[in-house]
Design a binder for this molecule. Structure first.
Ligand SMILES: NC(=O)c1ccc[n+]([C@@H]2O[C@H](COP(=O)([O-])OP(=O)(O)OC[C@H]3O[C@@H](n4cnc5c(N)ncnc54)[C@H](O)[C@@H]3O)[C@@H](O)[C@H]2O)c1
Length: 311
């Protein structure tokens, strides 16, 4: 039976990857300190081995990766705002935590590490669409720590017998993505609208984002783990973009909008535009996004309605 480790597997994307691996009959160990993940996500993972610990705990990390073929490394302090609020914790988890996972993985003879990177490493858009050779000038401590994390993974792939693939996600959305102070725009808007609370558009709303469904992100992770002899960094996006104003219009079609729409100043660390070029991931790892924003938003609003009833 194939055996894998998912760090950050109680989180939004990690739990969806773990579910997909378990559904195909693989053995999965999750290590997560539940700092931004949810025990309720683990309840959706029957048969998972769960280690509640930080990736900064090297004994726990060694236990978590022992016997694994692939390590999906998602545990991170996530988001620009969180990193501006607490840059030290961001750097510890995202860089030192990643080195801990790499050290344990190479000692355990893991074949491949698939690390979740972020489009935040590019900083302000200089070329459209953004391909992998776009300048790397992150605008936040988070962008810097994610860049360092992907670079150290790729360095290990050159130093040791450990393949490494960094997947640079653009804006991921989908079921299991909850709304919190550091949440992304889709969960914030959907949960607020469903609760009849005002939403705030920062700036003029004409900023663009490339939203990619979590189901497509899972497919990218599974394809990356299957690839043989490939190491490198790949954009994982939908290859399309939408303005925040148009996103609000799409949500208006799904949620009757009785609430106020406020405007606020653009947030520090946020980029103006985003659009990923996904040619490299299509060609080299077989990434093949399937979920349109139209279908994905409908699925997400349905899930959020159930989640509000459940909690
Ligand atoms: N959601 C997005 O749009 C997006 C975009 C780009 C990159 N990413 C990356 O994808 C990965 C998953 O993000 P997510 O959106 O699922 O966020 P998430 O917050 O739901 O998941 C992160 C998980 O890591 C865990 N974690 C945090 N610090 C830890 C530590 N020290 N030790 C062990 N576990 C720890 C959290 O408890 C959580 O379960 C992250 O690496 C993130 O940087 C996400």
């Amino acid at each position: 039976m194939a055996q894998h480790t998912v760090t950050g597997g109680a989180g939004f994307i990690g739990s969806t990857i773990a579910k997909s691996l378990l559904n195909r009959g693989d053995h999965v160990t999750v290590i997560d300190d539940l700092s931004s993940g949810y025990a309720s996500n683990l309840e959706q993972l029957p048969g998972v081995d769960f280690i509640e610990a930080s990736v900064l705990n090297d004994t726990a990390v060694r236990k978590a990766v022992a016997g694994s073929d692939t390590v999906f490394h998602l545990a991170a302090s996530v988001g620009n705002k969180r990193s501006i609020d607490d840059p030290i914790s961001d750097a510890k988890t995202n860089l030192l935590g990643t080195i801990n996972v790499l050290e344990a993985s190479r000692s355990a003879g893991v074949r491949k590490i698939v690390v979740s990177s972020s489009a935040g490493i590019f900083g302000e858009l200089k070329e459209l669409p953004i391909n992998e050779s776009h300048p790397l000038e992150p605008d936040s401590p988070y962008g810097v720590s994610k860049l360092a994390a992907e670079k150290v993974c790729l360095a290990y792939s050159r130093l040791y017998d450990l393949e490494a693939i960094a997947l640079r996600y653009f804006n991921v959305y989908g079921p299991n993505q909850r709304f919190d102070a550091y949440g992304n725009v889709i969960p914030i808007f959907v949960f607020k609208l469903l609760n009849n609370e005002p939403i705030t558009i920062f700036g003029d709303g004409e900023q663009t984002r490339d939203f990619v469904s979590v189901h497509d992100v899972v497919q990218a992770n599974l394809a990356a783990s299957k690839s043989e002899g490939v190491s490198g960094a790949f954009n994982i996006a939908s290859g399309t973009r939408i303005t925040i104003n148009d996103l609000v219009s799409m949500l208006d079609e799904r949620i009757p909008m009785n609430c106020e729409i406020r405007t606020g100043e653009p947030r520090p660390g946020d980029v103006r535009d985003s659009l990923g070029d996904i040619w490299k991931a299509r060609e080299l790892i077989g990434f093949d996004p399937q979920v349109s924003l139209d279908a994905g938003l409908t699925e997400y609003v349905d899930w959020a309605q159930q989640e509000i009833k459940r909690t």
